[in-house]
Design a protein around this ligand. Structure first.
Ligand code: HEC
Ligand code: HEC
Length: 377
């Protein structure tokens, strides 16, 4: 049932957006790592005892619930071996500023784990306070996405983690070898890599650096009341939030923002129905997004559909961070992606639902670790 529904959605999209059929094809496959209850089960649970729900709760069509899924505990399969040693190493590396040229930027500088994996700036400050040209997306749930970055140029979080370290405007290290050199100069890391990669003869490698950070990111999940709701607890959402859920789905948002992460599963053109306005500054060229990577003209101006988990906390919005207000972002989406002019009440209703996607931060898991010291000279 879930498959066929997603298939309908995917087929419709393939029809609307020529050139995106490959992504749409992928999107119909449910996320492999999702440990969520099968949709049929969730639907059955939700329509179960009417007495469990408050009398005022709006009815929910099980078919709508099936477009989503509760978050898994970890976004990984067994082959990824998320051992405690690997997670601990990944956490240290995520927080370690010594992985940058000037020793002043870590992954956490731009993806603050206490602030839902973002820095809430339009553009982030990297090495020598240089700014990049895109808004930093959150690292929470990124591991479950179809690919990494707004344009999908890295396949997974393990590959992605190698990018910022040597990016000249981010952490600006010369190359992977330079990172390995820093790591080898810190005995605590040599030990930690050995424990995290016990089968490797030469565990301290740039590749393993990416693997450890990727492993750590695979447990960055923030379940919210929406997950309780999907698991069948209809009382988990207030009547106005359920009404907002209905407005969200009825408006067509879930054609693109669906699945366990309420997005993250496909690429879509920005301005698919009504052209997206060009950047306000004529000196700024429009970002061609996915089209630059695939060299496919039909994908010019396409971006990964972002996850809407924690969206109320991760502004400013869009690949260029051009919109600060969530109400405004919702209004623009409806107009440009769906050709719909939503009333202020409808926008408010959707935002009321989006607020339920704000989850609990995994406090202990993301606590800043003690970092190993450099060897005494
Ligand atoms: C200077 C700020 C900065 C630093 C430091 C930084 N990032 Fe990012 N990160 C960004 C920006 C900006 C993007 C989006 C770039 C793009 O899409 O082209 C991004 C994208 C990502 C993504 C993709 C998320 C998604 O939804 O596609 C992940 C995962 C990520 N970063 C993890 C990391 C890790 C791990 C580190 C440390 C090794 C790191 N970042 C360091 C700014 C930063
Ligand atoms: C045709 C596909 C599609 C539809 C339909 C759609 N979106 Fe989007 N959405 C996208 C894409 C693609 C982006 C990223 C655009 C960018 O930043 O360049 C996005 C971005 C967003 C963002 C900003 C996320 C962030 O992290 O910056 C919000 C909020 C959002 N959508 C909400 C909605 C809502 C609410 C609806 C229904 C009214 C909706 N979307 C309908 C494809 C879609």
């Amino acid at each position: 049932m879930k498959r066929s529904l997603l298939l309908v959605a995917a087929t419709a999209l393939a029809f609307v957006v020529p050139g995106c059929s490959k992504e749409a094809e992928k999107a119909k496959t449910p996320a492999p790592a999702s440990k969520a209850a099968p949709a049929s089960q969730a639907a059955a649970a939700s329509s179960a005892p009417a007495t469990a729900a408050p009398p005022t709760a709006a009815p929910v069509d099980p078919a709508k619930l099936q477009l989503f899924a509760a978050l898994p505990e970890a976004i990984a399969d067994a082959s990824m071996k998320l051992t405690a040693d690997k997670l601990d190493l990944g956490r240290m590396l995520f927080f370690d500023k010594r992985m940058s040229k000037a020793g002043d930027v870590s992954c956490n500088s731009c993806h603050g784990l206490n602030t839902y994996g973002v820095d809430n700036k339009r553009f982030s400050e990297g090495d020598k306070k240089q700014l990049g040209g895109r808004n930093a997306p959150t690292v929470y749930h990124a591991a479950g996405h179809i690919a990494q970055f707004w344009d999908g140029r890295a396949a997974d979080v393990e590959a992605q983690a190698l990018g910022p370290v040597t990016n000249p405007v981010e952490m600006a290290m010369k190359d992977g070898k330079a990172v390995e050199k820093v790591l080898k100069g810190i005995p605590g890391y040599v030990e930690a890599f050995k424990k995290a990669f016990p089968d490797d003869k030469e565990p301290v490698t740039f590749e393993n650096f990416g693997k450890a950070i990727g492993a750590f990111e695979r447990k960055l999940v923030t379940p919210s009341r929406f997950d309780d709701f999907l698991k069948g607890d209809t009382a988990a959402l207030k009547p106005e939030e359920i009404a907002g859920f209905n407005t969200f789905v009825d408006s067509g948002c879930a054609t693109c923002h669906s699945g366990p992460y309420v997005g993250g599963l496909m690429f879509q053109k920005l301005g698919v129905v009504k052209p997206w306005p060009a950047p306000a500054d004529p000196a700024v060229k429009p970002d061609e997004g996915r089209g630059v990577i695939t060299k496919n003209d039909a994908e010019k101006g396409s971006f990964k559909v972002p996850s809407l988990r924690n969206i109320a906390k991760t502004g400013p919005y869009f690949h260029d961070g051009s919109v600060g207000d969530l109400n405004e972002a919702v209004k623009l989406m409806a107009a440009h992606q769906l050709g719909r002019d939503l009333t202020p009440e409808q926008v408010k209703s959707i935002v009321t639902f989006l607020d339920t996607l704000t989850g609990d931060l995994p406090g202990e898991y993301i606590a800043e670790p003690v970092l190993p010291e450099v060897a005494a000279k």
